[in-house]
Write a protein that binds this ligand. Structure first.
Ligand code: ADP
Length: 194
């Protein structure tokens, strides 16, 4: 089963993706993680995108589509979780083409709904906890970049809700529930399409 987790920054996509990897043997494809890895290892592409990411803006469609394309080959029984991709309509079209060209399908899109105030609190807390534990704080987990990330979500990514709804592929879960209850809601959504 191949699925998209769709939702604003701080919605809990990464948390739920990690559980699906554990419990269902799925493979998580997070463009955010891939871009951060490129940034840390100082590849040419990583250096190119670093400042854009730190400001909270989107990197180009071309770069992220390329990253996803590199990962789609090969068999994996559990399927893919697309996390943080697609983020624009152009990326959604590209994903449809890529999957079709590899004989794969998109089974469902799960939208995780969370109110803005909660998103800001979660991200500010995540940064504070990391700092207190002496762990690295994401360069884009600050008030200014967060505002840009939320704007990018509403402007570029939220149109995907209508896009997938129109295709009959959208399911929404309440992301304000506990982690366990969100996981249960996602399991229910996966049952609907299996
Ligand atoms: P968030 O917590 O904001 O959802 P991610 O970890 O998914 O963040 O991504 C971090 C940053 O990486 C984004 O703000 C953006 O700069 C870049 N990025 C990640 N995925 C994409 C994408 N699909 N298209 C464009 N930029 C992306």
């Amino acid at each position: 089963m191949n699925i998209i987790l769709l939702g604003p920054p701080g919605a809990g996509k990464g948390t739920q993706a990690a559980r699906l990897v554990e419990e269902r043997n799925m493979v998580q494809l997070s463009t955010g993680d891939m871009l951060r890895a490129a940034k840390t290892s100082g590849t040419e592409m990583g250096n190119k995108v670093a400042a854009v990411m730190d400001r909270g803006e989107l990197v180009t469609d071309e770069i992220v589509i390329g990253l996803i394309e590199e990962q789609l080959d090969g068999d994996n029984k559990g399927g893919f979780i697309f996390d943080g991709f697609p983020r624009t309509l152009a990326q959604a079209d590209a994903l449809a083409d890529l999957l079709a060209s590899k004989g794969k399908t998109l089974d469902t899109v799960i939208e995780m709904r969370v109110k803005d105030e909660v998103l800001v609190d979660r991200i500010v807390n995540r940064a504070a906890e990391a700092a207190a534990a002496g762990q690295p704080v994401r360069a884009d987990d600050n008030a200014e970049s967060l505002k840009v990330r939320l704007m990018a979500y509403y402007k570029e990514t939220s149109p995907l809700i209508g896009y997938y709804h129109a295709k009959g592929q959208l399911q929404s879960v309440d992301g304000l529930q506990s982690i366990e209850d969100v996981a249960a809601s996602i399991s229910g959504a996966l049952e609907n399409v299996s």
